[in-house]
Write a protein that binds this ligand. Structure first.
Ligand SMILES: [Zn+2]
Length: 328
């Protein structure tokens, strides 16, 4: 079963999380493979989307926010769009849109940053968003500090964390056809400066320096984790191997009903709203050509069919969200 583990390093301003998506990830892949129009993801696309899915759960698990976290990559190569959406209850869905061939050994930049126009966006969409209120969105390019193209989505997201939250973050991500997994370590902001007010400047500096050394040591341990280990070992083994000398304190894991799991939020009403937004002329054109309007959900593969009567019903003039029974 898919699982998320949270932990802290006792007495040190460092926290961490480990996610392993197994059934949830296999569900996403199986739905894609069953789509007769697209077929299964090629291996490099699968790795990208799996790493994004693991990262999305880590980022949602890391914030106190009542809303969806949406991680998107907008590509200018054969991969046009990758989307991972994680809800506060850790249910998630993910999809990738690919146009054209992806080589078996394609790198991140060959898939999404061919012409230097690839972007990664992180959106926080509040659950109780007011009409007209915009979700918060941060966008980061796929380049490092020296202008080099980044080849790991983990590096892109580490940059984002540093820019948007001013938090030093180390992320290790990996995905194959069975598992999408990630490990995140983050240096917590120093909030104890008030407590140190009585101390001299040099003591304060020493204290901050000490904390920074702790983070460096834990980062090095974290980065030593190999892809095969992250994919092949269980959470207990990984944490024990990496941090057996560190004062690790674990929280109750999120697993099963509280853990990460696949869930799609599509439904007939939302699809109807989307069709309505095309306008009656466009929809009549589709009906004339195809006899019905058929829309497939990219996330779960569900097919929604609107025959001419259903489609006409979308344009009867009722307000979109008003259930028919409530009209007086
Ligand atoms: Zn769906």
């Amino acid at each position: 079963m898919s699982e998320l583990h949270k932990f802290i390093f006792e007495g040190l301003p460092v926290r961490g999380m480990l996610v392993r998506l197994t059934d949830a990830w296999q569900d996403i892949l199986a739905r894609r493979a069953a789509n007769s129009e697209t077929g299964a993801y090629p291996a490099p696309v699968r790795q990208l989307l799996g790493e994004m899915a693991a990262a999305g759960v880590l980022m949602q698990g890391n914030i106190k926010f009542n809303g969806a976290l949406v991680l998107q990559i907008f590509g200018d190569g054969p991969v046009k769009l990758g989307v991972v959406e994680v809800q506060p209850d850790l249910s998630l869905r993910a999809t990738c849109t690919q146009v054209g061939e992806v080589a078996d050994n394609a790198t991140l930049s060959q898939m999404v940053n061919v012409n230097n126009e690839g972007r990664c966006a992180i959106t926080l969409d509040p659950q109780d968003r007011l009409p007209g209120q915009q979700p918060y969105q941060g966008v980061v390019p796929l380049f490092g500090d020296r202008g080099e193209k980044l080849e790991n989505i983990s590096e892109v997201l580490e940059h984002y964390m540093l820019q948007s939250e001013q938090l030093d973050t180390v992320m290790v991500l990996a995905a194959d056809d069975k598992v999408a997994a990630g490990l995140l370590i983050q240096r917590l902001p120093i909030e104890s400066e008030g407590n140190l007010a009585g101390k001299t400047d040099s003591l304060l500096r020493e204290s901050v320096l000490g904390q920074s050394e702790d983070f460096s040591r834990i980062s090095i341990l974290t980065k030593s984790l190999k892809r095969e280990e992250l994919l092949g070992l269980d959470a207990e083994t990984i944490l024990h191997r990496l941090y057996c000398e560190e004062p690790l304190a674990r929280f109750e894991p999120f697993i099963g009903e509280t853990g990460p799991r696949f869930a799609c939020r599509c439904n007939r009403e939302r699809v109807g709203n989307m069709i309505r937004s095309l306008g009656s002329e466009e929809v009549e054109g589709i009906i004339a050509e195809q006899g019905q309007v058929e829309v497939g959900c990219d996330f779960c593969g569900a097919q929604y069919r609107f025959d001419p009567v259903d489609a006409a019903g979308l344009f009867t003039g009722l307000p979109p969200d008003l259930p028919a029974g409530s009209v007086h």
